[in-house]
Design a binder for this molecule. Structure first.
Ligand code: ADP
Ligand code: ASP
Ligand code: MG
Length: 427
């Protein structure tokens, strides 16, 4: 009775399939769920550091690898994992079929290396499930509307999993990873970080956008837009992890949910920009056309008579070469004095829905960083987030100091936590 059976999408990250033993463990977990009568689709990532190695190979032979060919190359890591897992599952006595992103019906736009999913034509997956098979889908990839292989940006297997869960109306999308859920800070930097039983989409969006790479930002956006419930948990044990969902089960959101960070930022400053309407728009359009994702923007209006302004933006470090190139082209047209870049920047952010109604969070955060000797280079806020750009070497200190100043750790008392899941970190 396939119609009555529940459907679950399980996604295993790179560490969870890194070697033969781990891949076998993941395959056994997939089989165990299928044996309960559940229709199982498993999305796998490339093994261990495979994607990094493939990227490095491309740069060994080309300074600016052609994006289409980059996608052809990068897509093989996920295929390898799926084919191997299908072999293990078959040996365990189950029927399994592995599919590439294209075979699985993941249709994307044509922006190579950061494609967006436009449609999911999951008929082939449904047929496989109807035939009683476990369907393995290569994460992180799709086929563009012009029939080329595309990839979905780093961490993109999370998005594949969520998109399939939405298309198949799955009961849950389980993201199995190398930590036991979403924590109040990266447990690798703050060993006393607390596992969060529930996080709202709103908070998780801010967390992912500000560097908590445990769930890819686009996956969280897709899940929110399509009402997919995510359960992020450990691939090494059976304990419940973190549920990301619309309505939090908690009575009241804590003031601060988490401290997040990123260490791969760069700052670009345009010096001596003419101070007239339309200039900032031209700069940002040029960066957008070059595919550069601008995060923070600060423009200093001239205080004195001179009609010139400075403008600083932060961009992902990987986008810096494109940003430089785009701005060099613009310099003649706009007539600004020059461009300064700083590659070693990082960012630390505080995220919490409760901060909306509590003044004083920014003051406390900035004072904490100041007391720790961390210089703040740029600041930006949203109703539920405060982000500070700091030098990369200060990021870890900043994360630890903020985590402890706002008492986010395991020892903290959290009245609003009604689920009682307080467990130490498993890495
Ligand atoms: P996978 O390969 O399973 O997709 P990722 O490396 O993409 O795993 O994401 C998991 C990692 O995210 C963890 O190992 C952890 O270091 C990091 N991380 C950063 N911030 C957080 C956070 N707030 N909670 C949990 N993990 C986090
Ligand atoms: N293998 C890809 C990466 O390393 C996608 C993923 O793991 O989600 O970014
Ligand atoms: Mg990931």
């Amino acid at each position: 009775m396939p119609d009555a059976a529940q459907t679950v999408v399980m996604k295993f990250g790179g560490t969870s399939v890194a070697d033969a033993e781990r891949l076998t463990r993941a395959a056994k977990r997939i089989v165990a769920l299928a044996e309960t009568g559940t229709r199982v689709v498993a999305v796998l990532s490339a093994r261990g550091r495979t994607t990094d190695e493939l990227v490095a190979k491309a740069y060994e032979v080309s300074p600016r690898p052609n994006p289409r060919e980059m996608d052809m190359l990068l897509s093989i890591g996920e295929r390898e994992s799926c084919a191997l897992a299908a072999m293990v599952i078959t040996d365990l006595g189950h029927e399994a079929i592995s599919l590439t992103g294209s075979q699985a019906g993941i249709v994307t736009d044509t922006s190579h290396t950061r494609a967006r999913i436009l449609d999911v034509r999951a008929d082939r997956i449904r047929t496989g499930l109807d035939e009683g098979k476990i369907v393995l889908v290569a994460g992180f990839q799709g086929v563009s509307v012009s029939s080329d292989v595309t990839t979905l940006g780093r961490g993109g297997s999370d998005t594949t999993a969520v998109a399939l869960a939405a298309a198949l109306a799955a009961d849950v999308c389980e993201i199995y990873t190398d930590v036991s859920g979403v924590f109040s800070a990266d447990p690798r930097i703050v060993p006393g970080a607390r596992k969060l039983p529930v996080v709202t989409f709103e908070e998780m969006l801010e967390m992912s956008a500000s560097g908590a790479r445990v769930l890819q930002l686009r996956a969280v956006e897709y899940a929110r837009n399509h009402g997919v419930s995510i359960h992020c948990r450990s691939s090494f044990d059976d304990r419940p992890g973190t549920v990301v969902e619309d309505e939090a089960r908690t009575m009241e959101r804590p003031l601060i949910t988490a401290v997040t960070h990123s260490t791969a930022e760069a700052r670009v400053t345009l010096l001596g920009l003419p101070d007239r309407p339309g200039i900032a728009g031209r700069v940002l359009s040029a960066l957008a056309d070059a595919g550069v994702n601008v995060d923070m923007i600060i423009q200093n209006e001239p205080v004195t008579e001179g009609r010139q302004a400075d403008m600083s933006v932060t961009v992902p470090r990987d986008d810096l070469a494109n940003a430089r190139e785009a701005l060099a082209k613009l310099q003649g047209e706009l007539g600004f004095a020059g461009v300064q870049t700083d590659e070693q920047m990082g960012k630390v952010s505080l995220v919490g829905a409760g901060m909306r109604s509590h003044p004083g969070v920014a003051a406390k955060a900035l004072t904490t960083l100041g007391d720790a000797g961390v210089n703040i280079e740029m600041i930006s806020t949203s109703p539920i987030k405060i982000s500070c750009v700091v030098r990369e070497e200060h990021v870890e200190t900043a994360v630890r100091e903020l985590h402890s100043a706002f008492e986010l750790g395991d020892n903290a008392v959290h009245h609003e936590d009604v689920t009682g899941v307080h467990r130490p970190v498993v890495t």
